[in-house]
Design a protein around this ligand. Structure first.
Ligand code: GUN
Ligand code: ZN
Length: 428
């Protein structure tokens, strides 16, 4: 049955430009499989005339917007947000690996997975590409939780068979057997997707990396996720481990781990050949500004990414990242765009920041037209935003003279309170 929602409506056109209807109408209806999709969207005057009699929910003063897409986050790091360290490598050793070792226990995995998924939704994130840990139980727990909520979610078992302590280090052969079993068990079940997940080049033997590449070729519509060029010490370490590789990114290319649906977090210390490689292979970067600022990793070069035109989108990278909130991530991206002097003038436009965390992120994941937008055909994952939820937000958004000013007020002042509701597309 058709359902309609009347409120202000934010969408994006095919080039990522915002389309805003002050008095809008969103009509959703089940497709042939029963999945709720956007049937029509636009101004109330136009859309209502095409759907006489549709049951309409009025949401005065609210904005309907696409659910946010987080391109890189670690659910097992929920409990180590805000753990300070002089840099990435000591942070991994002192906080990350001890926290992740607890996910051998399915009960712990399940408890954290439920909290994490609820926290994503409270913050308006309806899809994420998520690291689990090296334990199979951690993957099962997150998939089961997302499946129960009807969410589109992508995750995978972390591969790390060297330079990792007891408790998180896996065994080469078994890790690949487990990965293939998990792909067969979960990939494309309901709205779930599998990501082949080598943690980062220093933590996998050549045999494990080769095996990951072989699985990525065999299961061509799975995702691949890893980290690259995040931190100067990490980059030096990779240079020692792979003296023959042209660059850190090239190590992944050599193992067949760059292709559409491959996503690398950070991508800070890249050169021009690396950027060209990303573009040619249609591999995406997950830009994680709160993490890069918190761990002192560096500044993503937005200007060069735009000039070369490789795919990228925004990500929280919790727990290196400091917030689940896409508003905080967009704000940090704005600071970085200016701080790095990679964008002339005013850093990144508010509507572009928003696009990079919704439709642009979906496109970088190979999910254009599926999620991250509210155009007809998209799955109906959307947010009900209340731009008057705090006194200051109410005051600022009321005074906005343009869409950009209104979006900026929400980016600067917004957090989970702004998200009144996240509506997940239900199956029939
Ligand atoms: N590189 C390898 N593992 C990690 C991780 O868990 N977080 C971040 N930020 N970088 C990594
Ligand atoms: Zn990460």
């Amino acid at each position: 049955m058709k359902k309609a929602y009347r409120a202000s409506l934010l969408r994006f056109d095919a080039s990522g430009k915002p389309v805003f209807d002050e008095d809008g109408l969103l009509v959703v209806a089940p497709d042939a499989t029963g999945r709720q999709r956007v049937l029509d969207a636009g101004s109330h005057a136009d859309v209502a005339a095409r759907h006489p009699g549709a049951h309409t929910t009025h949401l005065p003063g609210r904005i309907l917007a696409p659910g946010f897409v987080d391109m890189h986050i670690h659910y097992p790091q929920t409990d180590i947000i805000g753990s300070p360290a002089p840099g990435l490598l000591p942070w991994l050793e002192n906080y990350t690996f001890p926290a992740e070792s607890k996910f051998a226990d399915p009960a712990h995995s399940n408890e954290v997975a439920q909290f994490f998924l609820d926290e994503l939704l409270r913050n308006g994130v309806t899809t994420s590409l998520t690291f689990a840990t090296s334990h199979v139980a951690s993957v099962d727990a997150l998939f089961e939780g997302a499946q129960r909520r009807g969410m589109r979610l992508i995750t995978g078992k972390v591969l790390q068979d060297r330079h990792s302590p007891d408790g998180v280090r896996d065994e080469t052969e078994q890790s690949l057997v487990d990965t293939e079993a998990l792909i067969r068990k979960w990939h494309k079940v309901d709205r779930l997707g599998y990501a082949i997940t080598p943690r980062f080049a220093p933590a996998s033997t050549d045999a494990q990396m080769r095996g990951a590449g072989e699985l990525a070729a065999k299961y061509a519509d799975t995702w691949i996720q890893s980290h690259v060029a995040e931190n100067r010490d990490e980059v030096s370490w990779v240079r020692e481990l792979y003296p023959k590789a042209r660059s850190y990114l090239d190590v992944y290319a050599g193992f067949g781990l760059m292709r559409e649906r491959a996503v690398y977090a950070h991508c800070i210390y890249l050169d021009e050949a690396d950027r060209a490689l990303l573009r040619e292979t249609k591999t995406a970067a997950a830009v994680s500004p709160t993490s890069n600022l918190f761990l002192g990793s560096g500044f993503f070069d937005f200007g060069s990414a735009d000039r070369v035109g490789y795919p990228y989108g925004l990500a929280s990278d919790v727990g290196g990242g400091t917030s689940f909130s896409p508003f905080h991530t967009m704000m940090a991206a704005y600071y970085v765009g200016r701080e790095g002097q990679t964008k002339a003038g005013l850093s990144i436009a508010p509507s572009e920041l928003w696009w990079r965390h919704t439709g642009g992120a979906a496109r970088a994941l190979g999910l254009d037209g599926v999620i991250g937008n509210l155009q007809p055909g998209c799955e109906a994952d959307f947010l009900v935003l209340n731009p008057a939820v705090t006194p200051l937000l109410a005051r600022k958004t009321k005074q906005a003279n343009s869409l950009e000013e209104m979006l900026f007020a929400m980016i600067v002042l917004g957090d989970d309170r702004l998200v009144e509701r996240a509506v997940i597309s239900q199956a029939g």
